[in-house]
Design a protein around this ligand. Sequence first.
Ligand SMILES: Nc1ncnc2c1ncn2[C@@H]1O[C@H](COP(=O)(O)OP(=O)(O)OP(=O)(O)O)[C@@H](O)[C@H]1O
Ligand SMILES: [Mn+2]
Length: 353
Amino acid sequence: WMKFHNGINQYELYGQSDPNVDQLLKDMSYKSIVGLEEIGDLGTQVKIVFKLNYGGRGLFKPMRFDKDTEANPNHYMFDDFERHHAEIAAFHLDRVLNFRRVPPVSGRYVNITRDVERWASHKFRKTFFTSPAKNRCFYGVCDTYCDSGQAICGKPDVVEGSLAVWLPEAEQQGSRQHWANPWAQSYSMKRAAKWSNDSAYCEKVKKKGPYNHGRRLLDVMDMAVFDFLTGNMDRHHYHTFKHFGNHTFILLFDNGRGFGRPRHDEVGLLAPVSQCCQIRASTLKRLLDFAEEAPSLSEAMRVSLARDSITPVLNELHLAALDRRLRYIIETVFLCGRDKDSNWNSVVINDGF
Ligand SMILES: Nc1ncnc2c1ncn2[C@@H]1O[C@H](COP(=O)(O)OP(=O)(O)OP(=O)(O)O)[C@@H](O)[C@H]1O
Ligand SMILES: [Mn+2]
């Protein structure tokens, strides 16, 4: 755990072939839970910070739906539930794409009695009950979805979920800055997002800091590629580590609303790329490699996810969607180059990252 914290640098969360990350993933799946912290104040849905043996800590999001349940198409994104399998798959996708900007996430089986109730405070413990089907359940304390109708239930007391490695605390160089995503989706049922009907939107963003200088705009393009691949519309903000300044990578946690609709491609998520007509050269190369040579993106993901304790994590529909969306991104970039009279130097940017 300490190696992971110490290895975070200005450009990435961990090194390309860091063996410690695989060890960390295993530890998060299997090391004993020795305590917990309740963090109902962190967001709308129930989640728990578990303390593990040997000083580890991780953010647990319990399973609400199995991996084949799709998001309700009549729900706006902000009414969608978080999916633990999306958190796990997003980490693997980020690593397969060589971004290394998502904190490691593992699948984890948790015993509600032994691992949760045992360590729960008085207030938390009052939310535990046995369901009519004789399974052990809890609903926790949080803003919106914490009542007995939305309880998390074990089988009979074991529940599956995702465990994300805890990032360093603010006082240990972990202080994070959060930034509004210029291309955030609309969070209103009545209003369209401001970028969606303004053809000069990108030019306006490009004039403002931190997008007018350095790597940030290209990192936003990478974020769009990533969110389009996962289908996560809930990127209202993004984070950076404060002490690395502005010339640093975008940290991508909170991916639980991805992988909800494998038959649908949310093209609006790619608006930054189609409006700015820019992509980082290393990102495009990575995407082209997956499009043209083996392994395909879906195959690379299948192999990577096979090592998780709750494999397969993604079903075939979600894996196929990754290949389809990958082709769509490449087409979008090619159309940009064509429209700019094949001035590829303004489309594909080699910034050394
Ligand atoms: N791996 C992590 N390490 C440390 N802190 C984290 C980690 N993941 C999340 N957090 C903190 O917990 C907060 C809530 O986490 P997250 O955004 O994943 O949950 P959420 O339920 O989707 O929240 P919201 O409803 O606010 O979007 C984050 O804003 C962040 O401050
Ligand atoms: Mn969220």
